[in-house]
Design a protein around this ligand. Structure first.
Ligand SMILES: NC(=O)c1ccc[n+]([C@@H]2O[C@H](COP(=O)([O-])OP(=O)(O)OC[C@H]3O[C@@H](n4cnc5c(N)ncnc54)[C@H](O)[C@@H]3O)[C@@H](O)[C@H]2O)c1
Ligand SMILES: O=C(O)C[C@H](O)C(=O)O
Length: 348
């Protein structure tokens, strides 16, 4: 008799590729014991599109599993320790990665590069081995470099599909909605506005000219709101005073993004999110824009929204920094992979 841990997995074995009409997905969370990973797993445990939640971390993952297992939803949770990453990711539909060090006050996101770049290589390699068709979404900072690193690794394994690799920038959108909601004294859930570029300081660019509801205000107010959105992460880092960066709001934003990916996978039409991708990106090889999602991952890159003069000027100003961050990731990945190849040759 065929015994299968997950309904989703059984279905995929019986009719591979049949998932577009199914609502029975396996989601893997890498870094699930962390400040983001735990509340994100809690939210995914309540998602009716998920049948299996596979969680991985280098520490304390069994404790997190025991805790989650006492929650009465039908989502089955399985935990994997450090060396079991490939098992954790086997046949996953979506892999979401909140693994890696967070900032402390005074640090830039780029200063996390050395600590976190290896996470991108390790997870991308495991995805290429265990679930090459999965949608892979990184939370890990510095996002602007982490996604290009993962892309290089996947290319080297012939598993790169730019429709399926994402840097999650949803928190910037969530913040933009919240701050505009406060400013206009309206429900933030009713506010819609795109945020483009990347995810660090001035590379985060909210497009107020496309805000719905539209509003008229002084350029000074737009500058102030833009600056607050660009520095919102630092606001939380400073308020936490050394205890880490945004975790709860990020878990909310990542859970929302994963839900949108799953809705796209399940064939729901018109699912849109802004995210940092390398599929038909305007301006640079990787760029956050509004996207239409589908069973393919990105169905369509909706490109740059219409920009006013202030937004066009801000876009021009961010491009050199974002380009440098992308290049830094690409160079790191190439050098690291070359070194590994050399070491393997030497060992033969
Ligand atoms: N994209 C965004 O908008 C955004 C927002 C907030 C935080 N972040 C980033 O998310 C990351 C995580 O933040 P946090 O507050 O949850 O940090 P945290 O330190 O609380 O948790 C990180 C977890 O990752 C685990 N980990 C580290 N390396 C790993 C590996 N190779 N494999 C598996 N697990 C690994 C750690 O054991 C830890 O449990 C940071 O890099 C942070 O800067 C991004
Ligand atoms: O600010 C950070 O370092 C975490 C995250 O990128 C955020 O925007 O909250």
């Amino acid at each position: 008799m065929l015994v299968c841990r997950s309904k989703g997995l059984l279905q995929r074995l019986l009719s591979p590729g049949s998932n577009t009409s199914s609502r029975d997905y396996k989601v893997a969370v890498v870094g699930a014991s962390g400040g983001i990973g735990q509340p994100l797993s809690l939210l995914l445990k309540q998602n009716s599109l998920v049948s299996e939640l596979s969680i991985h971390d280098m520490r304390n993952i069994k404790g997190v599993e025991a805790d989650l297992s006492h929650i009465c939803t039908s989502v089955q949770t399985n935990a994997y320790e450090d060396q079991q990453l490939e098992d954790c990711l086997a046949a996953a539909d979506v892999v979401v990665v909140p693994a890696g060090l967070p900032r402390k006050p005074g640090m830039t996101r780029d200063q996390l590069f050395e600590a976190n770049a290896g996470v991108a290589l390790r997870v991308a390699r495991a995805v290429s081995e265990s679930c090459p068709g999965a949608l892979l979404a990184f939370v890990t900072n510095p996002i602007n470099s982490i996604v290009p690193i993962a892309a290089e690794l996947l290319k080297s394994k012939n598993s790169y599909d730019p429709r399926r690799l994402f840097g999650i920038t949803t928190l910037d959108v969530v913040r933009a909605r919240t701050f505009v909601g406060d400013f206009l004294n309206v429900n933030p859930a009713k506010v819609d506005l795109p945020v483009i570029g990347g995810h660090a300081g001035k590379t985060i660019l909210p497009i107020f000219s496309q805000c719905c509801p539209s509003f008229q205000c002084q350029l000074e107010d737009i500058r102030r709101l833009t600056h607050r959105i660009q520095e919102a992460g630092t606001e939380v880092v400073n308020a936490k005073d050394g205890a880490g960066s945004a975790t709860l709001s990020m878990a909310y934003a990542a859970a929302r993004f994963v839900n949108s990916l799953l809705r796209g996978l399940s064939g729901e039409p018109d699912v849109m999110e802004c995210a940092y991708v390398g599929y038909k990106s305007p301006c640079l090889p990787f760029f956050a824009t509004p996207l239409m999602l589908s069973a393919k991952g990105v169905e369509q890159n909706l490109g740059l929204p219409h920009l006013d003069d202030f937004e066009r000027e801000s876009l021009e100003q961010m491009l050199p920094e974002l380009e440098q961050s992308i290049q830094k990731g690409v160079v790191y990945a190439k050098e690291k992979m070359e070194k590994e190849e050399c070491q393997q040759e030497c060992q033969k």
